[in-house]
Design a protein around this ligand. Structure first.
Ligand code: ATP
Ligand code: MG
Length: 355
């Protein structure tokens, strides 16, 4: 089911803050590679955002998922606004889309690029080239639980984590297949010495799925030790698979280690392609710099490249990531977060020239 068609309907949700600056930049890049590779991309833009929430009381309309369903992919900027609690944007938009469209794989590639200083001592280009595969729809981020005895000395809070054989198996199979394709190895992160029901279950399923992928060398680590190794020796990792919570933490850590949150991309994948997948930069709406035209567009552009790959155009995707690597390595043009003085538009212009 990887057969490539050449026309695709893309839903754009710029969202809030710098989402409105980086999505137009990503679109310029998409249009340029589409022209080079003979792809017909059509776009529909949705103004779903915290701003819409402030006006109308909802991040998206009631039939939002139905409006998105007919698209081949969704490209999202960022949602979030000062004063609007994070759970509004999370539960009002991101989580309904992820769960409604069974986007059970959250894929976050992390690379150290030449020309982007990493906070790691002696990390050089190519030293860090890994992918975090995060389970995206179950696990620790469940809704089961509650609070008892508010304000009392006996007050308590309980939250259940739910791991299903089906849910864990499918994300593990995705991660093992990805490790196979990358010719790499797989590391699974759990905490089986402290969390004694769900995590041993995950470990058992890793061992079980490993037998179906005998070419992949794999190991497992406790999340605490793994976090330390991400900082001390990230070179040893290739594909890292983890639960919803642990994957969330590890991917932010890895993105920071690679040098800039402005570059990191993410894909929320429905690997079976029964529903559209969603692509979004890791960064948020960045209200501190929004409206100034200086946001780094690379996170959105790399996300758009992942979208092209998912739609069956890996050469077009590689053209984009190669141009990213080149603009960083060979030109001084970059946005202020990377130590430059270029605007979002100038940085995008420099990239387009290389395309
Ligand atoms: P949100 O509430 O939407 O998550 P946030 O401010 O909490 O927004 P980020 O948007 O990720 O979180 O911003 C964290 C910091 O990184 C901010 O100082 C922001 O300016 C900076 N930043 C994030 N993304 C970019 C980008 N693309 N270009 C430049 N700086 C960025
Ligand atoms: Mg934030």
């Amino acid at each position: 089911n990887r057969r490539a068609t050449t026309t695709h309907r893309i839903a754009l949700i710029p969202g809030d803050g710098i989402g409105n600056e980086v999505i137009p930049a990503a679109r310029r890049v998409l249009d340029t590679v589409a022209a080079r590779h003979g792809l017909g991309l059509t776009y529909e833009t949705y103004d779903w955002s915290c701003e819409r929430y402030a006006d109308l009381g909802a991040m998206m309309p009631d039939d939002g998922l139905d409006q998105l369903r007919g698209h081949d992919a969704i490209l999202l900027g960022a949602v979030g606004y000062p004063g609007v609690p994070d759970h509004v944007s999370l539960w009002g938009l991101l989580i309904p889309i992820r769960r409604g469209f069974q986007q059970y794989v959250n894929l976050r590639p992390i690379r150290v690029f030449e020309g982007v200083p990493s906070p790691l001592r002696d990390a050089g280009p190519g030293d860090v080239d890994l992918v975090v595969v995060r389970e995206n729809v179950e696990g620790e981020y469940g809704e089961i639980g509650g609070r008892l005895g508010r304000g009392l000395p006996e007050e308590m809070a309980v939250q259940e984590a739910v791991f299903t054989r089906k849910g864990v198996t499918r994300v593990l199979d995705y991660a093992f297949s990805l490790a196979e394709r990358r010719g790499g190895r797989l590391t699974s992160a759990t905490k089986s010495n402290g969390i004694i029901h769900t995590m041993p279950f995950w470990d058992e399923l890793v061992a079980e799925r490993a037998t179906a992928h005998p070419e992949v060398a794999w190991d497992q680590e406790h999340i605490d030790a793994l976090a330390a190794k991400f900082v001390l020796d990230p070179r040893r990792f290739d594909v890292v698979v983890a639960s919803n919570l642990f994957g969330d933490i590890l991917s932010d850590l890895a993105a920071a280690v690679a040098g800039s949150i402005g570059i990191a991309p993410a894909a929320n994948l429905n690997p079976e392609r029964d529903f559209p997948s969603m692509f979004e930069p890791v960064h948020g709406s960045a209200p501190d710099i929004a409206g100034r035209g200086i946001a780094n567009p690379l996170g959105a552009i790399w996300s758009a490249a992942m979208m092209l790959d998912h739609l069956g155009h890996p050469e077009a995707a590689t053209r984009v990531t190669d141009a990213m690597a080149t603009v960083l390595a060979k030109t001084p043009v970059r946005t202020p977060d990377l130590g430059g003085t270029a605007t979002t538009e100038e940085f995008t212009d420099a990239l387009l020239e290389l395309l």
